[in-house]
Design a protein. Structure first.
Length: 136
């Protein structure tokens, strides 16, 4: 119960406060996806970004003016739906007030076997990215 809401094994609080058009689109796609191994995955994804937003807000408060936050983060996929974690995080950060300096793809990741079959060539491979955010 003391970790980010990034897994479904715990019956997390269903309350999410965050709003993001990019996140909402992704969660809507997950809600329509066939073959999710748990119906709780869309809520988990939404809650993960709600928690991440709280962290970004708290970090913004203590970051000095023109200070930078470097975040390494990986994308994911469920039910053949690619979750652009790096882009959604950048979107959330800019809505909080950060300037987005850059996003760098550090490496491409292969999805798990079941996701690879569904993703195939339909989408970009998963990736690990570096986001560089700056407090103006």
């Amino acid at each position: 119960m003391r970790t980010m809401r990034s897994h479904i094994q715990v019956n997390w609080d269903r309350n999410v406060r965050i709003e993001s058009a990019m996140l909402d689109k992704t969660v809507a796609e997950l809600n329509k996806a066939d073959g999710l191994w748990s119906t709780r995955i869309p809520l988990m994804v939404h809650a993960y970004f709600d928690d991440l937003s709280t962290i970004l807000i708290d970090l913004y408060k203590i970051l000095k003016k023109r200070g930078e936050a470097w975040i390494v983060i990986g994308t994911s996929a469920y039910g053949g739906i690619h979750i652009p974690v790096d882009l959604i995080t950048a979107d959330l950060a800019t809505s909080i007030g950060y300037d987005l300096d850059s996003i760098h793809c550090l490496r491409h990741l292969r999805a798990s076997g079941q996701q690879w079959k569904k993703l195939g060539k339909k989408t970009n491979p998963l990736r690990e990215s570096l986001l560089i955010l700056r407090k103006p």
